[in-house]
Write a protein that binds this ligand. Structure first.
Ligand SMILES: NC(=O)C1=CN([C@@H]2O[C@H](COP(=O)(O)OP(=O)(O)OC[C@H]3O[C@@H](n4cnc5c(N)ncnc54)[C@H](O)[C@@H]3O)[C@@H](O)[C@H]2O)C=CC1
Ligand SMILES: O=C(O)[C@@H]1CCC=N1
Length: 276
């Protein structure tokens, strides 16, 4: 099995991030095809990334070895029903990045127990710094697991999870996670402006600080708590700021936010598994 001929159904934000990351890793644009009903999306994908973008999902399947489902969860049932007659014989490996869509639901809509890998990537895949959780249905053989892992590893760090339900936890942490960090960046940038820095300086210092903290956390043997302590001089400035976060119980707030994302993924799984 090769990783060649990857087909994407749905060419929105997540597909664009994955395709951009794959091309940056050396995948040939002509080995990738994508379908999307939105002509602007198709134009952007073709112009920016050089991949073939089609209006028809069925036409995009042409010579598919790996099929990546990148539509919104609410579109999953109708898209699978449309593709079903064209997949049963070919049996490509199906990779679904859809949040809250169960492997069994996809198989039911496709009318066949095709091999499904659920992947939960995030948009930093675009810059090959994605964080990706994977789970394989029992139909996926070693080659299929290897292929999915090879494709996703091209765009970031990959971790397999043992049970499918853990994909909902991955969704809440790394799938949605970039938005949490972007929110913090927005807030810090705004605070910098309030404190008198010009807009460009506020943005650059904020982004570089986030990058530096992430790089240090990744490269250091010390856990984040220790790295935080190294910044926090007794009686100094950081201590004052952290006291404000503690008073608002930031940790509990973060846990509640992650749980809300997780619970929404579970809710989607349940609702969509009951869809006809
Ligand atoms: N955006 C993110 O950070 C992440 C998204 N995901 C998952 O990726 C999937 C896509 O999300 P986004 O890319 O953010 O959404 P999006 O709205 O940017 O992209 C969805 C694309 O599907 C297209 N589409 C609509 N109907 C279609 C059809 N019948 N056939 C083919 N394409 C169709 C739309 O035109 C749109 O371009 C979702 O299931 C989401 O749960 C997973 C991880 C992270
Ligand atoms: O917000 C969402 O539902 C998708 C899944 C993870 C990130 N974006």
């Amino acid at each position: 099995m090769s990783t060649a001929n990857i087909r994407f159904i749905g060419g929105g934000n997540m597909a664009t991030s994955l395709i951009a990351g794959l091309i940056a890793d050396g995948y040939e644009p002509h080995s990738i095809q994508v379908s999307d009903p939105n002509p602007e999306r198709r134009h952007a994908l073709q112009a920016r990334l050089g991949v073939r973008a089609l209006a028809s999902n069925v036409e995009a399947l042409d010579e598919a070895e790996t099929l990546v489902l990148c539509v919104k969860p609410q579109m999953a049932a109708s898209v699978c029903a449309e593709l079903a007659p064209f997949l049963a014989e070919r049996r490509p490996l199906i990779v679904s990045v859809m949040a809250g869509v169960l492997e069994q639901s996809i198989q039911r809509w496709l009318g066949a127990s095709l091999p499904i890998v659920r992947a939960m990537p995030n948009t930093p895949a675009m810059v090959q710094t994605g964080a990706i959780g994977l789970h394989a249905s029992p139909e996926v053989d070693a080659e299929g697991r290897n292929r999915a892992e090879t494709i996703l590893r091209a765009v970031g760090l990959v971790r397999w999870v043992e049970s499918e339900s853990r994909i909902d936890a991955v969704t809440a942490i790394s799938g949605s996670g970039p938005a949490y960090f972007f929110l913090l960046m927005e807030a810090l940038e705004q605070a910098a402006i309030e404190l008198g820095l010009d807009t460009e300086t506020a943005r650059l210092l904020t982004i570089q600080t986030a990058l530096g903290a992430a790089k240090m956390a990744m490269e250091s043997d010390a856990p984040p708590a220790r790295l935080r302590e190294q910044v926090t001089s007794p009686g100094g400035t950081t201590e004052c700021a952290l006291k404000v976060f503690d008073a608002a119980d930031l940790r509990a707030l973060v846990e509640r936010a992650a749980r809300a994302a997780h619970d929404r993924a579970v809710e989607l799984s349940q609702t969509l598994s009951e869809a006809p």
